[in-house]
Design a protein around this ligand. Structure first.
Ligand code: SAH
Length: 363
């Protein structure tokens, strides 16, 4: 089965749900147990090549290889922080040669992976490096699942948590992201619990509304970053399309419909969104919602002139929220200079409760 004889652009097998794979086996006149065997090769033995699937008849392997590709994502570069058990950042190469980032954070009994949903991003938030490079394309479900498999191969186990906080806007690639979530969540496969999967969005209201109807227990995180429309539109241009009042109303409805707590991400930028008045305003607008706030210091990016707020200002902002009885956390690093290249991913992971305490050095 030389790869030169296979058709190009075959769909990725890692993008199929178990039902879809079963259907393909049925079309190929195969008994149902074949789909189970193949699923086992994919998600328990992590086969990288059809030839590994020894208990699958050669003819079926050939027929599958004609229709489907196994090559979803490969690591082409790996960057580690110094020290054992620290963050790893991978450059992932996709089947067409495009690349995205993935970050793995091990932390006392937990391992969180941060995956990408798009190559680039359409939304151009003022301080986000991903948007600056422009939008190239959506990832397919199989390319998202492929990132999890990369992590499993490296760890020798399924990561305990997954966040969609890498490149891209997950709710702008809704169908692929939801298919990937269902595949990753499949109890007969990777079996990563929905409550351990976080979808983070800049505030795509129709996506939030759809997500509420899915009957999934995934965590929803909203990148808020400002307590009023004028500032939010400056920092996140998407706010002009989906303004704050409408977004918060969609969040309130989501929390009511799903019974889930929503996390609001708020990156603190010196002199821009970090005053006590803004903290009080944030508390006021979030009060009707079952919410928690994650405060994050800004990571430096070349294209944005702002700076992280001083520690005392961040502490005061946090205290204002707490005084207003808003559930809020702030995690700070003790490290020196921030590694701008991957800081945004890493910090976000830390604030997702990856388990690192305030004493950890993250830069
Ligand atoms: N598009 C999604 C997920 C990708 S970004 C979203 O907007 O939520 C993940 C998070 O990192 C977002 O909250 C984003 O606002 C934040 N972020 C981006 N650049 C950052 C930076 N330089 N410093 C701190 N947080 C940043």
């Amino acid at each position: 089965m030389s790869s030169s004889t296979l058709p190009l652009c075959r769909p990725l097998i890692h993008g199929l749900t178990r039902d879809q794979l079963t259907e393909i086996c049925r079309e190929l006149d195969q008994p149902v147990y074949r789909a189970r065997q193949i699923w086992d090769w994919l998600y328990h033995r992590f086969a990288a090549d059809w030839s590994e699937m020894k208990n699958i008849p050669l003819g079926l392997r050939q027929a599958l290889a004609q229709r489907l590709s196994l090559a979803s994502a490969t690591v082409t570069r790996s960057q580690n922080e110094a020290g054992a058990g620290t963050t790893t950042k991978w450059l992932i190469t996709l089947p067409d040669g495009d690349g995205v980032e993935e970050v793995l954070i091990p932390a006392r009994g937990r391992t969180t992976i941060c995956v990408s949903s798009q190559v680039g991003c359409r939304f151009n938030c003022a301080f986000c490096a991903s948007g600056k490079a422009g939008f190239r394309r959506n990832l397919e479900a199989g390319e998202i699942v492929g990132q999890v498999i990369v992590a499993v191969r490296s760890l020798g186990a399924t990561p305990s948590n997954l966040v969609f906080m890498g490149m891209g806007e997950p709710l702008d690639n809704y169908d692929a992201v939801l298919s990937a979530v269902r595949i990753i969540n499949d109890p007969e496969g990777l079996s990563l619990g929905a409550r351990r999967i976080t979808i983070s969005t800049c505030g795509i209201i129709p996506g939030i509304q759809r997500l509420a109807q899915e009957g999934l227990q995934v965590e929803l995180s909203i990148s808020l970053h400002a307590p009023d429309d004028a500032l939010r539109s400056r920092l996140l241009p998407v706010n002009r399309k989906y303004p704050l009042g409408d977004l918060l109303e969609a969040c309130r409805t989501y929390a009511e419909q799903t019974g889930r707590l929503i996390t609001f991400e708020y990156t603190l930028i010196q002199g821009i969104n970090d005053s006590p008045e803004q903290a009080r305003e944030l508390a006021r607008i979030l009060r009707p919602i079952h919410a928690r706030v994650n405060l994050i210091p800004l990571s430096a990016v070349a294209e944005f002139e702002g700076h992280a707020s001083p520690a005392s200002v961040m502490g005061e902002f946090l205290n204002e929220l707490k005084r207003a009885r808003i559930n809020a956390t702030l995690r700070m690093s003790k490290g020196g200079s921030v590694d701008a290249a991957c800081g945004q991913l890493r910090r976000r992971l830390l604030d997702q409760g990856a388990g690192w305490g305030a004493g950890c050095t993250v830069s």
